[in-house]
Structures are given as C-alpha cells and as structure tokens.
Write a new protein. Structure first.
Length: 662
C-alpha cells in the first residue's frame, strides 16, 4: 500500500501488503486487469468471504487496476457508504478509468527517473480541512455546551480533537488536558468489544451507529457515533431505561440474539480452524461443533454437485429417511438447491415461503426456517450447505452476510479436502497395489505380514515386504523402507521390490542381490535412498543367510529361548555408494524358531535410543503368546510407539519354522 485516506490505522494495517493471489477485491482487480465492483456486504460475502469476515461491515467498494497496455503497475480501491446505489454509475466507472491512466502515467515517469515522494509506510492523505471563521467556532462551542450532552470528536487514529465540559467530566479530565490524547488512554473503560466494533463499523461504513457502555460509576451511557472521512463525532447521553448491559449488547447482534461481536470472533476461530482441516469429516465436525451452536441451528446438510446430481457428504440433526430422499437428487428437480447452484446466491426462507415456492417438495423435518448457502470456489458453485432452524427465525441482513461469508470459507476448505481425499485414495491405492496381495506358500514355513500406513497427513510411505519362493525348501524374505512419504517413494518401492525379486530368483547370494539393486537405484538417479534387509531361509539346512543395507536388525526367537537381535553386518543404504558391498551372515534357524523382520516405524520414537527400543521389542516378542502368527503380529504391532499421529509406516513380516506342518 502506497497511500490511503479515510480509514483508521488498525483497519489499514492488515492490508498494507497483499498477496497478488489473495481472495480480496484489490488483488482480483490486479490479477484480472479489470474493475471489480462490490455493491454490498452480501455480495462481498459471496465472492470474497475472507474479506467479508475481516471487515464485517456495510459498505460498497470498487477496485480498479493501475495499468498501461503493456504493464500492470498495481491497483486502487474506493469505498462508499452502503447507501450507494446497487450499480456503479457510468460516470463513476469512467472517472476510475481516467484515474487509473493518470496513475499509470505517473508510475511510468517514476520508472524513467522521476521519483515522487515514497516511504516504506503508507502515506496518510488527510481530507480537506473545513474553513471556519473564529467567531463561528466560538459560536459552535457555545451551542454544544448548551445541549447539556457530552460531545467528543476523535480523528481516525482515536485522538481527541474536540471535547466539551460535560464529556470531559465523564472521561475523568478537563478539556485542555484531554485534547490530543487517545480516547482509549484517557477512558480505558471504553475498550469495550461492542464500542470498539461500533467505531470500526462507523469508520468503514460511514454510517451513523450507536451502542451502550457502562462507565466506572455503573451508569449506562448511550454513545451515538457520526462518522466522516476525517473522524467520528460522539454524542454521549444517559441510556434510556434500566436494562442490564447484556441486553444492550445483544442489540448489536449476529444471530438470534447473540452479540454481533461474539459471532464475529467465533467466525474468526472457525475460519482459522478451517485452514487446518484436511478431511471432509474434519470440516463437518467443525461446522457441528462451532457453527451450529453459534447460530443456534438444529440441522445441517452438506451436498456437492456431481454428474448432474447432488451427493450428500455429511449431515447432523437429520433423519436418515429424509437424507436418503435428497441424496442423489437431480439438479433439475424443483428444490432451492437448484436455484443456489445456478445463481451462486444464497436463499433464506421460512416454512411458509418454502411450501409456497416449492409445493411438490415434502419437507417433513419439522423445521421452521432454512438457509441454503452456496459453496463457491473460483466463481464456481460446487455444492450447498443447508442450515435449518427449529424455531421461527428472522434472517437479518447482517446474519445473512455472515452465513454467506462462512459458506465461502467452508467451500475453500471443502475443495482442498475433497482434492486431498482423492489424491490420498489414489496414493494409497498405488501403495497397496505395489505390496504383495498374498505371500506364496512354502511347505514348513509359517508366514504372517502386517502393514500399517502412517496417518494421512504425512502422505504415503515406501515401506515394503515380500516373500519369494526359491525352491520347495527355501525362500527369500525381504523388508525395506524407501525414504520419503510421497508418490515418488511409493513408485521407487515398487522398483526395489521388482529388482530384488529378479536377482533373488537368479540364484545369487543376498549380498549380491543388494549390490545389484544398489547399482540400479544409482542408475535411475532418484535422490532417494532405501534401507533393506534380505534373508534367505533354508528349511532343509535349518539356516538363515542375511544381508542388510542400513536396516534395523531382525529378531530371532528360538524355541524356549528369549528373542534376541541377529547382529548382521550393516552395509550402507541403497542408492548412495555405487561401490558398496553387503556382507552376509549365516545363523541357525531351528524348528520352532520365530523370525521377525520390521521397519523402523515399529520401534523409532523421538527421544528414545534405537537400540533400547529394539531390545524392548525383543522382550515383548519373548513374552508374547504365540497361539498363532497372526495373533503374534497384532501383539507386536501394539508395541509400536503410541502417539496420536504416527509419522511413519510400519511393515512387519513374521516367519516360523514348522517342519511338522509341511
């Protein structure tokens, strides 16, 4: 922002730097290189919900690009009171276009060496000062004192520019001592959310407003605010009646008697939470827990448009029979949703109006009022959010704007969540397809495998396992972990599995298999590395032949003996050193012995020594019941670090020597 006029600093500050891709009118004007006209707050809520949440006041605005045919220099925005006609007048548009050209020409000169005044902070351009004769000023002051009312004037920064004697007494000072000081410094009791909100509303909307505040003596005072581009004039009088302050604050409502400021801060909380929501269910839960109570809605349904029909993706407070009736409804059906999806405009109506306009639609949900809110992203309405109210409900203009803005934020979050869910399903489908659907039977060898994906936020992983039948009495067991949690890691995992399978069946040793696979990974130049453990099981010789590429050691539990790690010589992980070698180790595998291969997700935990964690897993394996391998696998998985969201996959492969069950 280079310059501004007519707005308080606290409102201007968040807009001093705006991202070009931001969903705000001034950025949209620059992106589209066209004038953006916002006639009222309802339209702002539909098209720019984040701006409507940040500025929940009545005003009209026009944003225009500053440009020449060859270059975009920036944009500017003008604001009018809400009383401005709904359409921008032709002469207003022409003046803005002319101003755009003049500003662009000035900036063009700046680029050619002419440097107008410019600072790092926005320049505050003061509005013209009125020319007042001294005698007139004295007469005005006497006139104000005769009113027997408190009169205070503040500028846009909140500094007192005029105060009469009665107001000075209320503020706890005298006239000379108050002039030039900030109102909220001399009267901290005016740091009231409602009064602060009304000051902002007056400054932005340029409309008169009022509120009631309790002063330190307990007296209720009515503050009437009369704004202009230079500041606000305050008229202070005793509040009529003797109602509690809570009843006065509810006059500045948001929904069904809730103070408007309460709704505003609740919506800020919801909007912040929506930015973190990653799934459709999280969004539904947020609406249920935070939106419905604030607006006192009894029911909610979320529907998206797909293939010419409405698909229900979440609801609360509705009977299944009613939901089934609307899930799958065609968009051509006589239903308010069709109008909302076609126009992108919200619809608010009571039961009588709903029955009159849509007589063929049976609404037997005993609700009294409905809000059909468009879920719009990038000017495309993707669905609707329906809120229903059990009691007679009047939708005030401010509440309609708040609900519409909220729907816009929900739509943005829902669009991200649906895309995330789709990508997550595709990714995990790929991962499952790359893991073996079943393991080949090997006479005398019991096998159980488990795979537990990481929590969805971390993406998919590259953990894998496999069992390769070599002969009737031998097999190769492999487990590994590709670095990363993305599609590249999953795809590389499939390549590693294939390479190991191909080299293992060729009859080379485990060390040679890892050596060949390592060279393959270096040749494909993936910038990812892979840990891997390969075990040849010979049931006839009752031996294991093991090679490791930076992978956690296997656990062996001989019959009637505690489980312990097999101290395998560890080579470097695959994909790092083209000359790496992988030594092998032979170990006995007697009948009744159990072998456990696992990935680090089963043992790693922040702050815990890895060797201690592996030792603890070995102790757990010793104590675990072995009534079946699958039961044992579940027991060992229960030993994984217990955290709300685990950041790594877990793969587990168990082998048991069963000569009597061949």
């Amino acid at each position: 922002m280079d310059a501004e006029i007519g707005l308080p600093p606290e409102i201007v500050k968040p807009w001093t730097t705006v991202r070009l891709d931001a969903a705000v009118p001034v950025a949209a004007a620059a992106r589209r290189r066209e004038l953006i006209w916002v006639p009222d707050h309802q339209d702002l809520a539909c098209r720019f919900p984040t701006t409507a949440i940040a500025l929940p006041y009545r005003f009209a605005a026009a944003a225009a690009p500053i440009q020449t045919p060859s270059r975009l220099w920036g944009s500017f925005v003008l604001m009018w009171p809400a009383s401005h006609p709904y359409d921008l007048a032709q002469d207003e548009a022409e003046v803005m276009e002319l101003a755009s050209g003049k500003l662009a020409a000035l900036l063009q000169e700046t680029g050619n060496g002419y440097a107008p005044r410019h600072t790092s902070r926005p320049r505050v351009v003061p509005p013209p000062e009125p020319q007042v004769a001294e005698a007139h000023a004295v007469g005005a002051a006497r006139y104000v004192d005769r009113l027997r009312e408190g009169c205070v004037a503040i500028d846009l920064a909140g500094r007192i520019t005029f105060v009469n004697g009665l107001a000075a007494d209320l503020l706890g000072g005298d006239v000379p001592g108050l002039l030039g000081r900030h109102l909220w410094d001399v009267a901290p009791w005016l740091k009231d959310p409602v009064f602060d909100d009304r000051c902002r509303a007056a400054s932005v909307s340029q409309e008169a407003t009022s509120c009631v505040v309790r002063c330190p003596t307990g007296r209720m005072l009515t503050f009437e605010l009369f704004p202009d581009p230079a500041g606000i004039s305050l008229r202070v009088t005793p509040a009529a009646g003797s109602r509690p302050i809570e009843q006065y604050t509810r006059e500045y409502f948001g929904s069904r008697g809730l103070p408007r400021v309460d709704v505003f801060y609740n919506l800020l909380h919801v909007s912040a939470a929506l930015t973190r929501a990653l799934s459709v269910q999280e969004i539904i839960d947020l609406i249920t827990d935070h939106v419905m109570p604030v607006f006192k809605a009894q029911g909610m349904a979320m529907l998206v448009a797909e293939g010419g029909k409405l698909r229900l993706i979440g609801s609360r407070g509705y009977k299944h029979a009613l939901l089934d009736r609307f899930d799958g409804m065609t968009l051509a059906s006589p239903f308010p949703a069709e109008d909302v999806l076609r126009t992108g405009e919200p619809v608010f109506m009571a039961r009588s109006e709903l029955r009159r306009l849509y007589p063929h639609v049976a609404f037997d949900d005993e609700m009294a009022a409905w809000a059909f809110l468009p879920l719009t992203v990038s000017d495309e309405t993707m669905g609707i959010c329906v809120l229903t109210f059990g009691d007679s409900h009047h939708f005030a203009a401010e509440e309609c704007a708040s609900l519409t803005a909220l729907a816009g934020l929900i739509a943005q979050a829902l669009d991200r969540a649906l895309l995330y869910d789709t990508k997550d399903r595709l990714a995990h489908s790929l991962q499952r397809s790359l893991l073996p659907r079943s393991l080949p039977p090997v006479p005398g060898l019991g096998v159980a495998a488990r795979y537990v994906p990481a929590t969805p936020e971390t993406g998919i992983g590259g953990d894998f396992y496999d069992l390769i039948r070599l002969t009737d009495t031998s097999a190769a067991a492999v487990i590994g972990d590709v670095q990363g949690h993305n599609m590249t890691a999953a795809a590389l995992m499939g390549q590693v599995r294939t390479a190991i399978h191909a080299h293992a069946v060729a009859g080379v040793s485990p060390g040679e298999v890892l050596k060949h696979t390592n060279r393959l990974l270096i040749d494909v130049d993936t910038d990812l590395f892979t840990s891997c453990l390969l075990v040849y099981v010979d049931l006839q010789l009752r031996t294991l032949c093991v090679a490791s590429a930076g992978h956690p050691p296997p656990l062996l539990r001989p019959p009637n003996v505690p489980a312990e790690t097999i101290d395998v010589p560890t080579g470097v992980v695959l994909g790092v050193d083209p000359d790496a070698c992988y030594p092998i180790l032979e170990a006995p595998f007697p009948p009744g012995a159990l072998l456990a291969l696992y990935t680090d997700g089963l043992v790693e935990s922040p702050g815990i020594d890895l060797d201690e964690a592996i030792g603890s897993l070995a102790e757990h394996m010793t104590r675990a019941s072995a009534e079946s391998l699958h039961h044992l696998a579940g027991t060992m998985l229960s030993h994984a670090p217990h955290t709300e969201r685990h950041a790594d996959d877990i793969a587990l492969l168990l082998l048991e020597h069963r000569p009597d069950r061949g």
